[in-house]
Design a protein. Structure first.
Length: 124
């Protein structure tokens, strides 16, 4: 089983990247370019959200046994989160501040599921 520290690290990495991509996408459609400090802020916030979200599955279903993985470790929940992210993005043309928060969080959560899916136990 991957350890909590690994999940948080991976979540921070993909969350920061998702924050950067969301900021660049928003900048492309915006009226003014974002400053480097604004871009860096999006990456830092995204990394924090990704790290927290990547920790959630094991907080909600503690890894007290190899068979601890239930709903919060399922591919169905991961697909649902991705679907909600896409719906949030398309509903407002990708110009919602909610997207800036949900993209890194979903990326972190899905990173946890992806890491756990590579273990012998897998995910449901």
């Amino acid at each position: 089983m991957p350890r909590q520290r690994e999940h948080a690290r991976d979540g921070a990495l993909v969350g920061g990247y998702a924050g950067l991509i969301e900021a660049i996408a928003r900048q492309h459609g915006g009226t003014r370019p974002l400053s480097m400090s604004e871009l860096a802020g999006r990456v830092v916030v995204g990394a924090g959200l990704g790290a927290v979200a990547a920790s959630l599955p094991d907080l909600l279903e503690p890894a007290d046994s190899p068979n601890h993985r239930g709903l919060f470790h399922s591919a169905i929940l991961g697909a649902g989160l991705i679907s909600a992210l896409v719906a949030t993005s398309s509903k407002n043309g990708g110009k919602t501040s909610l997207l800036a928060l949900t993209a890194p969080a979903v990326a972190g959560y899905v990173a946890h599921l992806a890491k756990d899916s590579q273990t012998p136990q897998g995910i449901p």
